[in-house]
Ligand binder design. Structure first.
Ligand code: ADP
Ligand code: ASP
Ligand code: MG
Length: 416
């Protein structure tokens, strides 16, 4: 007997029919003698619908109130799943995040989990119940409902698994694992049996939204075995088969020693580029530009500062597209005049494409192969950034899919 956490995403919970299938699958695991905690997302489209309502009323809704409503989608899901399990003869109980409690900081819409009280859940499990806990939401010290950022149910699930010292966290979704790239963009993308924790962390942070990045961080910090697998198979397939399907995040360093140098291609459409022209080249200038941007709670990603000519340089960086206007406002209002810069220009139609692989450490020539492939397609590279196991380029968004497909092919990632 093991304690196992299941997470079901929006598509998996997308209709009452699908919820009944989730109940059958969960019941199968429980019947096999396991203790099961389920962390579902809101039904697909529901979180967008609710947030959309708030945005019809205000362009910038108060984040606390947004959390109050955005969290409700998951509350419907847990109740429906409990009812579906009870309807097939299982004892099940659902809890909202604050009832468990999943305690977070107060950063509304992007809260971080601080602690999880596991006593109540353990008692229910020991009493033979299946416990269902809302994904995505928590509660801060003052009792306010918080949410963990879009896609946050993954993080709830892995955090709950860590708190309960579960044997495994199974992330059921609408694809049957982690692929070499998003199978919606490259139809012959290949499913990976395992992906190293480091690669998954890079892929998630570079835009592969199959797992929210914080869930991967939790998996790493607690060494929680985490598997991504399909919720769309027949719920009654043999448990053994299901338990070994999908993609396991591995903590072994040498998994890929004999394999390709590149494991996957990630992309992010959600980018915008800002250039401050004619910046005086003197100590402290990067801080004077980026300090106010950070103070406005805007995350900066890629950064380039050019060689200076006659004491002046250009400074370019990227921000999430949704923060572009705010970042431009900050620069225009509090940076430009203060540092004596020329003008500020920007482009919100850029995308980032990255190749990721631990094999890069021991192979040379990956960057040149990447750049050759892009040049053969006539794609101009606007910015480059690298780490030990990834190379990212910023390009015009209209070439993003072409870039992903041609790189996927050039690195031989397609399925056989
Ligand atoms: P859920 O609602 O189950 O959380 P998500 O939509 O958040 O599901 O994540 C699953 C989706 O992630 C897939 O449908 C797929 O389009 C996308 N995706 C992006 N990159 C990858 C990848 N490398 N491998 C698999 N899926 C990916
Ligand atoms: N329902 C939330 C969202 O749509 C959380 C999740 O699905 O993981 O972002
Ligand atoms: Mg998701």
């Amino acid at each position: 007997m093991a304690l196992i956490v299941h997470k079901y995403g929006g598509t998996s919970m997308g209709s009452t029919e699908r919820i009944k299938n989730v109940a059958k699958r969960v019941a199968k695991w429980h019947d096999a003698g396991h203790q099961i905690v389920v962390v579902p997302s809101a039904m697909s489209g529901e979180t967008n619908r609710i947030i959309g309502l708030a945005k019809e009323i205000s362009a910038q809704p108060d984040p606390r109130e947004l959390d109050m409503i955005a969290s409700t989608g998951e509350q419907v899901s847990v109740g429906l799943l409990a009812i579906a399990l009870q309807a097939i003869g299982k004892q099940a109980v659902s809890y909202a995040g604050w009832q468990v409690a999943i305690k977070t900081d107060s950063a509304h819409t992007k809260a971080r989990i601080a602690s999880i009280d596991e006593a109540k859940v353990k008692a229910d499990l020991d009493a033979g119940k299946i416990v269902i806990i809302t994904g995505f939401q928590g509660v801060d010290e003052l009792g306010n409902i918080t949410t963990l950022g879009r896609g946050g149910s993954d993080t709830s699930a892995v955090a709950v698994a860590a708190a309960l010292k579960a044997q495994e966290c199974l992330i059921y979704t609408d694809v049957d694992g982690v692929y070499t790239t998003d199978p919606r963009v490259v139809s012959d993308a290949r499913r990976l049996n395992t992906v190293t924790f480091e690669e998954m962390l890079e892929m998630a942070s570079l835009g592969s939204k199959v797992l929210q990045i914080r869930s991967v961080e939790f998996a790493g910090n607690y060494r929680m075995p985490t598997r991504v697998l399909s919720s769309l198979t027949d719920p009654l397939i043999p448990l053994e088969e299901e338990a070994n399907s999908g993609t396991l995040i591995s903590f072994e360093e040498d998994t890929h020693m004999e394999q390709a140098t590149i494991t996957g291609i990630a992309f992010n459409r959600d980018e915008a580029k800002i250039t401050v022209l004619g910046v005086p080249d003197r100590p402290g200038i990067a801080y004077q530009i980026l300090g106010p941007v950070a103070d406005a709670n805007i995350e900066v990603d890629m950064i380039i500062q050019n060689q200076s000519v006659e004491g002046k340089t250009d400074f370019t960086f990227t921000v999430p597209r949704g923060e572009y206007t705010k970042a431009m406002d900050v620069l225009e209002s509090s940076v430009k005049a203060h540092i004596g810069a020329g003008s500020i220009v920007g482009d919100s139609k850029v995308s980032k494409v990255s190749v990721v692989g631990v094999g890069m450490r021991s192979h040379v020539g990956i960057a040149s192969q990447m750049f050759r492939t892009l040049s053969e397609e006539g794609i101009n590279i606007q910015m480059i950034s690298t780490s030990e196991i990834k190379i990212s380029v910023l390009i015009d968004e209209k070439y993003m899919e072409l870039a992903v497909r041609s790189l996927h092919k050039a690195f031989g990632l397609e399925s056989a």
